[in-house]
Design a binder for this molecule. Structure first.
Ligand code: NDP
Length: 451
């Protein structure tokens, strides 16, 4: 009975539409762009909103693989090719039990506008699976990645659709996926980004999202006439790729990042997070953050279940700048209130849509600088596009060159968003600025390309 219930629940989960987060993302964009739509009838005449919110195509497929106990496992794989008005579909793959079609539609939709903001020739897409890499052996990860690519390879290509990593998909998974694609097709194409350096990855891709988010924030502080990062206390959530590289760049810029989190709890280390230890725990050993306290007994670990109701411990800790870098809707209204009361002056979204609409509203009402994900975390996809360019030309750029291009791209995005907000009468509103600037470019391309 339990076994059949488990199976039934799995079937129900993979067959529901789960579109709430997608609607949340669409609603925010529609609110922001309402003035342009109302003032220029061309967008309505060309049904741009309907066309932009409907994916070009969505793939859903079965992924069958064998675990280490010789048991056959079945997962669901997805790829949403949302919009390619500006270039090949581009967006990461997420492996996490929470993955469903709705979450990927939300991420794919956001990706269109984010990619547009970079000014680079890339469209928007997203994909993934409800496969949980946690607790799996390397061999199981490889088996799953091979089975996933057996189907995915039919839909991707260097000028068609170029996936990358996201939650649960790092260099290891990208390596296995790339290897399988090569085996099936006998081609050595740049069909994935975020590859390890030795076979076509770009220098600085792993660091790009986190570093980019800090560059963006630095520019935003400057534009608001505030001092830079020196000595600023920063709260960061997450302990993955984005969070760790955000912490790293914050240190480079003289800030003191004092927190990190994972799905089980929060670490608060008032003297500053020990980056070397964090990398070892999360990149090498892949263990819980609780282990951090074994080496730093003065650090405080709070379990998820001990969080205050409706909020999260990490946003309860006094800070000047906050960087939510874990997952969607991880910063609630309660958290926003705590951050504001504790004197926080800026929030920069390293993760995709980590703040709830209520939290964003509170930040804006209180004139807190708020950098939305589609602008603040665009550094990852920007360097992914640099990787595509290097692969297409069969060359490698130096670390310094990519670093310079990333910093320039992030500062330019920040200035463009800031200026657009000003131009449309919502100065200082980075949400509207990003949505309007991102939308206009894609919409104008769609109109120019005809139906
Ligand atoms: P990782 O898998 O490397 O890390 C994710 C981190 O978030 C982990 O510490 C994980 O905890 C935690 N986490 C994941 N889900 C939850 C949850 N439901 N509740 C609490 N904590 C959670 O992913 P990335 O760092 O790559 O991605 C983080 C965010 O940044 C995502 O929103 C992603 O879409 C976004 N992003 C990533 C880019 C990239 O280049 N990687 C580019 C642009 C955006 P645990 O260790 O316990 O699993």
């Amino acid at each position: 009975m339990t076994v059949s219930n488990d199976i039934l629940n799995k079937i129900k989960k993979s067959n529901c539409s789960h579109d709430e987060t997608f609607f949340q993302a669409v609603e925010e964009v529609l609110d922001s762009i309402a003035p342009i739509i109302e003032s220029d009838p061309i967008y309505e005449r060309h049904s741009i909103i309907e066309r932009l919110t409907t994916p070009d195509r969505e793939f859903k497929f079965k992924v069958v693989w064998m675990d280490d106990n010789q048991k056959i496992q079945v997962n669901t794989g997805y790829r949403v090719q949302f919009n390619n008005a500006l270039g090949p579909y581009k967006g990461g793959l997420r492996f996490h039990p929470s993955v469903n079609n709705g979450i990927l539609k939300f991420l794919g939709f956001e990706q269109i506008l984010k990619n547009s903001l970079t000014g680079l020739p890339i469209g928007g897409g997203k994909g993934g699976s409800d496969f949980d890499p946690k607790g799996k052996s390397d061999f199981e990860i490889m088996k799953f990645c091979s089975a996933f690519m057996t189907e995915l390879h039919k839909y991707i290509g260097p000028r068609i659709d170029v996936p990358a990593g996201d939650i649960g998909v790092g260099a290891r998974e990208i390596g296995y996926l790339f290897g399988e694609y090569k085996k099936i097709t006998s081609t050595y194409d740049g069909i994935l980004t975020g590859k390890p350096f030795m076979f076509g990855g770009s220098l600085m891709r792993p660091e790009a999202t986190g570093y980019g988010c800090v560059f963006f924030t630095d520019e935003m502080l400057k534009l608001a006439g505030k001092d830079d990062f020196k000595g600023r206390i920063c709260a960061v959530s997450g302990a993955g790729n984005v969070a760790i590289h955000t912490i790293e760049k914050l240190y480079d810029m003289g800030a003191v990042p004092v927190t990190c989190t994972d799905s089980r709890g929060t670490i608060y280390d008032p003297r500053g997070i020990n980056l070397k230890l964090l990398k070892e725990l999360k990149f090498k050993k892949r263990v819980s953050l609780e282990e951090y306290c074994k080496e730093h007994s003065e650090a405080i670990y709070t379990k998820v279940e001990d969080y205050p109701e409706g909020g999260h411990e990490v946003w309860n800790i006094p800070c000047d700048c906050a960087f939510p870098c874990a997952t969607q809707n991880e910063l609630t209204e309660v958290d926003a209130r705590n951050l504001i009361e504790n004197g926080c002056i800026s929030i920069s979204e390293g993760a995709n849509m980590p703040s709830t609409p209520e939290a964003i509203e509170l930040f804006q009402k209180n004139d807190i600088l708020f950098a939305p994900a589609k602008a603040a975390n665009a550094g990852g996809v920007a360097v992914s596009e640099f990787e595509m360019a290097q692969n297409a030309a069969m060359i490698r750029w130096s670390y310094e060159k990519v670093a310079k291009m990333l910093e320039q791209t992030m500062r330019e995005i920040c200035k463009r968003v800031h200026l657009t907000a000003k131009e449309y009468g919502v100065a200082g509103n980075y949400v509207d600025g990003a949505n309007i600037a991102g939308f206009k470019k894609v919409a104008d391309a769609m109109i120019a390309e005809g139906v």
